[in-house]
Ligand binder design. Structure first.
Ligand code: FAD
Length: 375
């Protein structure tokens, strides 16, 4: 049996590890680069708490010891009718396909008018550019962090806003930090839990961050941002996350619906007879697109694929916020065990995040426990 996995991110590598744990099938992983980065820790690059090399590992080496083939190439076409995938390294056929190519961050960022005047706090390049701008900012600097309309992940924006405030404070620079949140209830308003939103917004207020609620970044000009409510804000440093969809190569294969994501049967992420769609590109149980959800989608897919008889995980939100000289945690999980909600701020969460990140890097994303509830 030939198993093809597209994408060596959180979801793709979790599938590879887990199938190998239970089966001797022929497994091939195809991904753009053998150097894989644990991007949830990227905000700590801004404060030098981690170095670039702490965030990366070689996926080819990690898979070779498990007798899993790794092909470093670009996926150019997915052909479900003929069960083939075309890549820059040739055409591959499959019996079962796991598509885990992530969300189309770059493609959607480029659709934001004036994106060339902003950083995107997703890629390594985006973080390094932002770091330089924060380190050279001068008195009177105005920093704006936000998301484009319908962007499904605001947690990184919260972290970047908090860290920006910290860097200015540490450097003794006077300036303004604006955070734009899509929910009218502000930070974590999307969770529809008033106590959480109140506590979170209070924290950002105490940190001196100006939260602009209920809108989004519509357009960027040199030194100016135009928001969805047509408010214009003069700015010097802008960092934005775009809306998301599945990558173009997945859309072109006819696998997505009107949402831009791949519809799947939940909780096991089966798209069609022989295709599972995982992680950021799948229409999951919740709108938020996170690494934890990506790994959970992979665990559930393998449980179904190999008939493991294990319980299925539910996807929730678990966000450790890196906040400069402080940090916080937000947990919102719903499962058959009930609802677990937690928001807390404590400097020690940074340490937990660093340890967890190290675990992800050292194991090439082979982390079997996701602190999740079951469906
Ligand atoms: C700054 C930041 C902080 C974050 N913090 C958190 C957090 O604290 N907790 C959390 O759970 N989530 C967090 N996230 C979200 C998380 O990083 C994503 O949800 C996660 O990466 C999605 O995993 P994935 O496996 O779906 O895709 P990815 O990890 O993006 O993997 C996709 C892989 O496919 C490859 N690929 C894509 N297209 C092609 C192609 N055409 N050909 C070949 N290869 C291709 C890519 O190179 C990549 O290796 C954060 C994100 C950012 C940007």
């Amino acid at each position: 049996m030939k198993i093809l996995i597209l994408g060596a991110g959180y979801a793709g590598l979790t599938v590879a590890h887990r199938i190998r744990e239970f089966s001797n099938a022929e497994i091939t992983v195809i991904s753009r680069s053998k150097t894989v980065r644990e991007n949830t820790i990227f905000p700590l690059l801004l404060t030098n708490e981690v170095k670039i090399e702490d965030t990366e590992f070689n996926a080819e080496e990690a898979l070779r010891v498990k007798n899993i083939d790794f092909v470093e190439g670009e996926v150019t076409e997915i052909l479900p009718q003929t069960r083939e995938v075309k890549t820059t390294k040739g055409t591959f056929d499959y019996d079962y396909l796991f598509i885990a190519l992530g969300g189309a961050y770059e493609e959607n960022f480029e659709k934001i008018p004036g994106h060339e005047f902003a950083f995107m706090h997703h890629t390594l390049e985006g973080f390094l550019g932002l770091k330089k701008a924060l380190e050279s900012a001068e008195d009177g600097v105005r920093i704006l962090v936000g998301n484009a309309r319908n962007s499904p992940i605001e947690g990184p924006s919260y972290q970047v806003a908090l860290i920006s405030e910290y860097i200015l404070r540490k450097r003794g620079i006077k300036g303004e930090v604006y955070l734009v949140t899509q929910s009218p209830k502000g930070v974590f308003g999307i969770l529809q839990n008033d106590k959480i939103a109140e506590k979170a917004n209070g924290y950002f207020q105490r940190r001196g961050i100006k939260v602009i609620k209920g809108t989004y970044v519509k357009e960027i000009k040199k030194n100016k941002v135009i928001l969805g409510n047509d408010q214009e804000i003069e700015t010097d440093v802008i960092s934005v996350l775009p809306t998301l969809s599945a990558p173009e190569v997945v859309i072109k294969a006819g696998l997505t619906d009107d949402s831009g994501f791949v519809p799947v049967k939940l909780p096991y992420f089966l798209h069609s007879d022989r295709i599972y769609a995982l992680g950021d590109l799948a229409k999951g149980m919740i709108p938020a697109k996170t690494a934890r959800s990506a790994m959970i989608s992979a665990e559930n897919a393998v449980t179904h694929f190999l008939h493991l008889g294990r319980e299925y995980y539910s996807q929730g939100v678990l966000c450790i916020m890196e906040a400069g000289d402080d940090s916080g945690i937000l947990r919102f999980d719903k499962g058959k065990e009930g609802i677990k909600v937690l928001l807390d701020f404590n400097r020690n969460y940074i340490l937990i995040k660093k340890i967890y990140s190290k675990l992800l890097v050292n194991s090439a994303f082979n982390v079997p426990y996701h602190a999740s509830l079951t469906v």
